[in-house]
Design a protein around this ligand. Structure first.
Ligand SMILES: [Zn+2]
Length: 233
């Protein structure tokens, strides 16, 4: 696992992602024990975790204290069909599961609010990261200049090759492509910048799940195991 000091020093109480060492932290009931154990390691109560039903879409859902525990033990009672969560509720851990898709963590300085995004290739095309920042700012009356963000471990430009049609589509949308390799990190960084997050407030973890041995990767081993990104203020 990795904890992101960069965000924890700007108002997150916990910003972290599990890896292979913590076991499969995917969204199904069979992985509930691993998720709860991972949250315990972070000093959080796993029973309060809020997870959406991820659909590679563009919807942003708001989590409030009454949502605590939705999706914690399985998808049956997940918060909503959404790929991003925002909250201004302290001590309410938000979770999204990823293998090669990009987890984007966003925190308002001082921990006034936070957002957690599942932004893979499909999510990027819906502009979900940009929309999450705009939702955070409008719902909680924040300035985007006060936000800090981490682009977490995910498929890197070193390894994420797609077919020519997909590469052309991504390029036509204004995102960087190297040969047929998509740069999901830079695409999300572009969206954060477009939404007004200052360049010096954005950190790219630079860890590729496909060529790193520490994280689950769908591309690398075609398994359904997942890493769990967790963010709380
Ligand atoms: Zn790589």
């Amino acid at each position: 696992m990795i904890r992101f000091d960069f965000l924890e020093s700007h108002g997150a109480s916990v910003a972290a992602i599990s890896g292979k060492a913590e076991g499969d932290c995917g969204p199904n009931a069979t992985s509930a024990d691993a998720r709860i154990a991972f949250l315990r390691m972070l000093g959080l109560d796993g029973a309060t975790l809020v997870c959406p039903r991820q659909v590679h879409g563009g919807a942003v859902a708001c989590a409030s204290s009454s949502d605590a525990g939705k999706g914690a033990l399985g998808l049956d009672n997940a918060l909503a069909e959404a790929d991003a969560l925002i909250t201004n509720e302290p001590e309410l851990p938000m979770g999204i599961t990823v293998a090669d898709c990009v987890p984007v963590f966003v925190v308002a300085d001082g921990g006034r609010a936070a957002g957690l995004v599942h932004a893979g290739r499909a999510g990027i095309r819906t502009e979900i990261t940009e929309n999450t920042v705009r939702s955070l700012c409008s719902r909680y009356t924040l300035s985007s200049e006060d936000l800090y963000a981490i682009i977490g471990p995910s498929a890197g430009p070193c390894c994420y090759e797609v077919d020519a049609e997909m590469a052309a589509d991504f390029h036509a949308a204004g995102y960087p492509v190297h040969g047929r390799n998509l740069d999901l990190w830079e695409a999300n960084r572009i969206q954060l910048l477009r939404a007004g997050v200052p360049e010096q407030h954005i950190l790219v973890s630079g860890i590729c799940t496909i060529c790193s041995t520490h994280f689950f990767s769908y591309r690398a081993n075609h398994s359904l195991e997942r890493n769990l990104a967790v963010l709380a203020i």
